[in-house]
Design a binder for this molecule. Structure first.
Ligand code: SAM
Length: 290
């Protein structure tokens, strides 16, 4: 097992129990802020330390225009810090009532109660669509259960997870921080993972205007996009970050036009120069009109 919570599987079983039973046990996940002695013996202290909280928000590039949702917000420190230090707005969802009350009180004392909201709510029942940033300090299995919903967020939404990744959706960046007083894991370190939600571009795209008759076929695995342009058969191997798709060999496209969707070429160097200024629209039928 990777470094981190030694009793992750045991804790996971509890996290999916009905809310009433989960509450007392899950409280202990946050370092006994509202927990009890028995649960504390079984579940290690795992509140995100202040310098790690600061690094999570910095890694996500949180600013005043962001709306941060912390899933399982504990004592509210991530959302409160986002509001207090970065001027962001945010929402913490937490199933333990005492922690929600504590978060509201801490937000009030920090003078950010108007920008840091806390709801007693199951994170799985939370609408994530308003988020520009999602933060999590959960468990590997919970992250994986959340993954389809995270992938469906607005392209460009940033996700930061403390310690646990999202399986084969590889992080765009990982930061390792020393946490000398960390009471879980073996190596006294925290791992922070960042993802930027990629636009979904898989499929067949047809050239318009001067590129009428051109066809772009793309397959996608998270941030990685591979494909081919016809005529000519040039292979595309690119990375998507938010709405932008770029290949190392000089092709850059952006998904534009919102729900109508089109792929606009922004840069086409070298072998790609024949696509300069091109615009592709989703194929209506199996092939592109010739
Ligand atoms: C490890 S703590 C992290 C707290 C805070 N995000 C931080 O980093 O300091 C995880 C939190 O998730 C909460 N939690 C567990 N299951 C939950 C669920 N289904 N819905 C909402 N909160 C949940 C726990 O009560 C706990 O407060």
């Amino acid at each position: 097992m990777r470094g981190g919570w030694p009793s992750a599987n045991r804790a996971m079983r509890r996290i999916v129990l009905p809310v009433a039973r989960t509450a007392a046990l899950a409280a202990a996940l946050c370092g006994g802020l509202a927990g009890n002695a028995t649960a504390m013996e079984e579940v290690p202290f795992i509140t995100t330390p202040d310098h790690v909280t600061a690094a999570m928000l910095q890694l996500a590039g949180v600013g005043a225009s962001d709306y941060v949702i912390d899933l399982g917000s504990g004592d509210g420190r991530i959302v409160i810090t986002a509001a207090r230090v970065h001027g962001a707005r945010g929402l913490g969802v937490e199933i333990v009532p005492d922690l929600v009350a504590q978060s509201r009180e801490l937000a009030r004392r920090a003078g950010v109660a108007d920008r840091a909201e806390f709801r007693e709510q199951d994170l799985f029942a939370t609408d994530l669509s308003p988020a520009s940033v999602v933060t999590m300090y959960l468990l590997p299995e919970v992250n994986l259960q959340l993954r389809p919903r995270l992938l469906a967020l607005k392209p460009g939404t940033r996700i930061v997870s403390h310690d646990w990744d999202l399986g084969d959706w590889r992080p765009d960046r990982t930061l390792v921080l020393d946490v000398p007083d960390k009471v879980v894991g073996l190596d006294k370190r925290s791992r922070l993972h960042l993802w930027t939600v990629p636009a979904a571009v898989q499929g067949r795209w047809c050239g318009t205007g001067a590129q009428h008759g051109w066809q772009l076929d793309l397959s996608q695995q998270f941030q990685r996009v591979q494909g081919r342009v016809e005529p000519g058969g040039l292979a595309i191997d690119a990375t998507v970050s938010g709405l932008d798709l770029a290949s190392a060999d000089g092709l850059a496209l952006r998904l534009v036009d919102g729900p109508a969707r089109a792929l606009a070429v922004r840069r086409a160097d070298g072998a790609w120069s024949m696509l300069a200024g091109a615009r592709f629209e989703p194929a209506a039928a199996a092939g592109c009109p010739r």
